[in-house]
Design a protein around this ligand. Structure first.
Ligand code: GLU
Length: 499
């Protein structure tokens, strides 16, 4: 098959460090978009040969997030720690070809060399002591069973050029490149060896990864050359930055995709958001479905400069996606938050007639009742977890608030108390079945007019009494959801609070 007819194959190659970094999600997404756009393959490869970077459960965590956000990979994931023999075989092959060598230097010696170089203000790199050992010297060490590593014989002259799709040509001087370790003394490959061998064996055509790997790329190209393989094409994605332009904080809470999902950012919003960090198919549009992103994806259009992580934009996008949900879907999405918060305890019975039917009941709470509550907040919700704070007053028996919030403008405590007392007497006479938003609104507004009240003088204290909040949805909506009994109770409580 000629190169041009080669099937596009890309990979996402995370190390299982315990959580998926938001930048990792962007790398995965860009690889996915590129594969889908070109009808190619997107594979997942777990790079877990560096024991110090791998944590138990790390692989599952990555797979779970990719599943949750819907980035489907082709083929079973490849796990590098299960492929150790392969890397060893290729390292030995390079030694045989004279492109790599055994190095018997002890860690103590290497540290001494390093310190000396630091002292002399030099670049710290291996001093190549074992690079030209004779066969005799080598045999002597192997006989003694001296532990060894295998290092690449990096050319001492010339430059290695990386032709990057995003950044153009970047040149690296070979004399500044270390004779890097390929195989460690415990038989494990280094990142560089395993990464290159796998990209070759897995027929990867394009390596799309974060910019932090750019300095490793000349080493990789030298490795391809040593093996006599054609390197894939490279595209290094711009750094993710905080708003102050520093590199996006590594603190897990700020960057773990899992945490964003837990807080109630929707997968669609997260993908849309990370897609736009470094790339925007059109200046006019900000909201893109995954299919639209696939259609408009172009590696060449990715920015070179760092992309600022703007949480306000993520909040805004998430709100857009929340409003796109049907109310039923949104209730289902909010349910885990209600459950976790303990809001849905069976002791709270819906005070309106239950409409148990096809919707069924949820731990003692009618879904139709919950729907009315969620509907009130769909417009302003930015994150699913906010639903708890915004609606918790519906679920409580007693509200805790400062009675001061009941007082509207120029009224004093006594005025508010009198108004609420009048309202109470009026509401007591309204049949329970009329506690429907539109009906109540009409009745109460007529009552206000007939008694020549100012609307705010009655409606503000009523609303505050029902919600216990400075800001909340309107009094009639809340009253319908609470039902007659609770409404009367809350107005009585407010009157008592006013003393
Ligand atoms: N294992 C590297 C990482 O953790 C992958 C770099 C690459 O894609 O080559 O990000």
């Amino acid at each position: 098959m000629s190169f041009f007819s080669r099937k596009i194959r890309v990979r996402f190659a995370p190390s299982p460090t315990g959580f998926l970094h938001i930048g990792g999600l962007r790398t995965a997404l860009y690889n996915y978009l590129f594969a889908r756009k070109n009808k190619g393959d997107f594979i997942l490869r777990i790079e877990d040969t560096d024991q110090t970077r791998s944590v138990p459960g790390g692989i599952e965590a990555i797979i779970e997030v990719l599943n949750k956000v819907g980035l489907k990979y082709d083929e079973e994931p490849y796990i590098q720690s299960k492929r150790l023999d392969i890397y060893k075989k290729y390292a030995l092959e390079l030694v045989k070809k004279g492109k790599a060598y055994y190095c018997f230097c002890s860690t103590e010696r290497l540290e001494e060399v390093r310190q000396k170089q630091i002292g002399e203000g030099k670049l710290t790199m291996y001093d190549k002591k074992c690079r030209d050992l004779t066969e005799k010297q080598r045999n002597k060490e192997t006989k003694k069973r001296t532990p060894y590593v295998i290092r690449l014989k990096v050319p001492e002259k010339g430059v290695t050029a990386v032709d990057d799709i995003i950044r153009g040509e970047v040149q690296f001087e070979n004399k500044l490149i270390d004779d890097q370790v390929l195989l460690k003394s415990d038989g494990y490959p280094t990142y560089h060896l395993a990464n290159v061998v796998d990209d070759y064996l897995m027929k990867i055509t394009h390596v799309i990864r974060a910019e932090e790997w750019l300095p490793s790329t000349p080493k990789h190209i030298l490795l391809y050359k040593a093996f006599g393989w054609k390197p894939p094409k490279f595209a290094h994605l711009p750094l993710l930055l905080n708003s102050d332009k520093s590199k996006l904080s590594k603190r897990q809470g700020d960057v773990a995709v899992e945490d964003y999902l837990k807080k109630g950012y929707l997968p669609e919003a997260l993908l849309n958001f990370v897609a736009l960090m470094g790339y925007n198919p059109s200046a006019e549009q900000e909201v893109y479905s995954l299919e639209e992103l696939v259609r408009g994806f172009d590696l060449e259009k990715i920015n070179k400069t760092g992309a600022v992580f703007n949480i306000e934009k993520l909040d805004w996008l998430n709100g857009v996606y929340i409003r796109k949900k049907s109310l039923d879907e949104l209730v289902d999405l909010c349910l885990p938050y209600f459950k976790e918060s303990g809001a849905l305890i069976p002791t709270i019975s819906p005070p309106i007639p239950r409409e148990v039917g096809e919707q069924g009941e949820l731990e003692g709470v009618d879904k139709n009742w919950l729907k009315k509550i969620v509907a009130l907040e769909q417009e302003r919700l930015k994150r699913l977890d906010e639903i708890i704070y915004l609606t918790e007053f519906f679920f409580k028996d007693k509200l805790n608030y400062d009675p001061q919030i009941l007082i509207w403008k120029k009224m004093n405590r006594e005025d508010v108390k009198n108004t609420l007392n009048k309202l109470l007497l009026f509401l007591e006479k309204i049949p329970e079945g009329d506690f429907i938003r539109e009906k109540l609104e009409r009745l109460i507004k007529d009552f206000i007019r007939d008694n020549k009240f100012a609307a705010g003088d009655m409606l503000w204290p009523m609303r505050a009494a029902l919600s216990g909040r400075q800001a909340s949805p309107g009094p009639f909506e809340i009253a319908e959801i609470l039902g007659k009994e609770k409404v009367l109770q809350r107005i009585r409580d407010a009157i008592n609070k006013l003393g």
